[in-house]
Design a protein around this ligand. Structure first.
Ligand SMILES: O=C(O)[C@H](O)[C@@H](O)[C@H](O)[C@H](O)COP(=O)(O)O
Length: 298
């Protein structure tokens, strides 16, 4: 089975190399033609336009998208399903919102194309060496592409979840959990860093990661970064977010359930990017007005 990948960024390129390692013929398109040489030296075939990629009729019927979530992916799905044949398979391996995937699945179905929404985890190293994937789509058709997931993922690292939407729904919740776990690690290390004992912080992460209840890949990564610079002096405490935490919180509200840890982790990120701190200025000023309490002036 040959694969055409659209979007050869960090994740797409590593997945492509992973497939090439497993003997698949991989071609791809990306707007950045700067990666052409590297991709081709590694065995891929690069196309500089979507049209050129689709024109090559020698290629197989599986197209794999690894694009930024939202408009870019949704538009690409529309272009793909128009250009594909009935029975072809379209995979969205990006971090799309599950409701977008449901709509994209409908668009594909109208053209007789099978759409799979695949939540991909494990970062760039996972994409290269063995990823984790959560897959939604037609159960019967999935059997045709199961070998792809056997090749791309670590042992027991893929899961057929159910109909279109269920793959990205699960990845969304996975990322909500990821937000909460990272926030807890950050808060714990903040307390240790400011506490009364002068711990070797990389040593702390190391012992936490060996035999303890909280051992994890994230703790291993924490050890790596604290080994490099325990004071993190070159890092700004600003935490962007690309949407999955927000969607998890929206889902919590929709279901009228409570997920305070995940939600608080999201709010901590929002607070970290708010440089203006207008709300805090209002509170500090009010406190000054009613109680004469000191306000720190710039
Ligand atoms: O499981 C993973 O491999 C990660 O979750 C991955 O998908 C990515 O790092 C996040 O999408 C970042 O998400 P935020 O920008 O929202 O932190």
């Amino acid at each position: 089975m040959d694969i055409r990948i659209i979007g050869l960024g960090k994740m797409g390129l590593n997945l492509a190399y992973n497939l090439l390692d497993h003997g698949y013929k991989v071609s791809g398109f990306d707007q950045n033609s700067g990666i052409k040489n590297e991709f081709e030296e590694n065995g891929g075939q690069f196309y500089s336009s979507f049209e050129a990629l689709m024109e090559d009729k020698e290629q197989s019927s599986v197209i794999w998208l690894m694009l930024p979530a939202g408009e870019i992916t949704n538009n690409q799905v529309s272009s793909c399903v128009q250009a594909m044949n009935q029975g072809d398979i379209l995979v969205d391996g990006g971090n799309s919102k599950f409701t977008d995937s449901q709509k994209n699945g409908e668009k594909a179905k109208e053209q007789g194309v099978y759409f799979f929404d695949v939540g991909t985890s494990g970062g760039t190293s996972g994409a290269r060496e063995g990823a984790c994937m959560m897959i939604g789509g037609d159960a019967e058709k999935f059997e045709e592409i199961r070998p792809l997931f056997e090749a791309l993922c670590v042992k027991d690292g893929y899961f057929y979840c159910g109909p279109v939407g269920s793959g990205h729904y699960l990845k969304m919740i996975h990322n909500g959990i990821e937000y909460g776990m990272m926030q807890a690690i950050g808060e714990g290390f903040n307390l240790i860093h400011h506490g009364e004992y002068d711990y070797d912080l990389a040593g702390v992460a190391k012992v936490f990661n060996n035999g303890s209840v909280i051992r994890s890949w994230l703790m291993g990564l924490t050890e790596d970064l604290l080994q490099e610079d325990p004071d993190l002096k070159d890092i700004e405490g600003v935490i962007p977010s690309s949407g999955e935490g927000k969607w998890t919180a929206e889902e919590m509200l929709r279901q009228e359930l409570s997920a305070p840890v995940i939600t608080q982790a999201l709010l901590a990120r929002y607070a970290s990017v708010d440089e203006e701190k207008y709300g805090e200025k209002v509170v500090a000023s009010l406190r000054n007005q009613f109680g004469g309490h000191e306000v720190s002036k710039k």
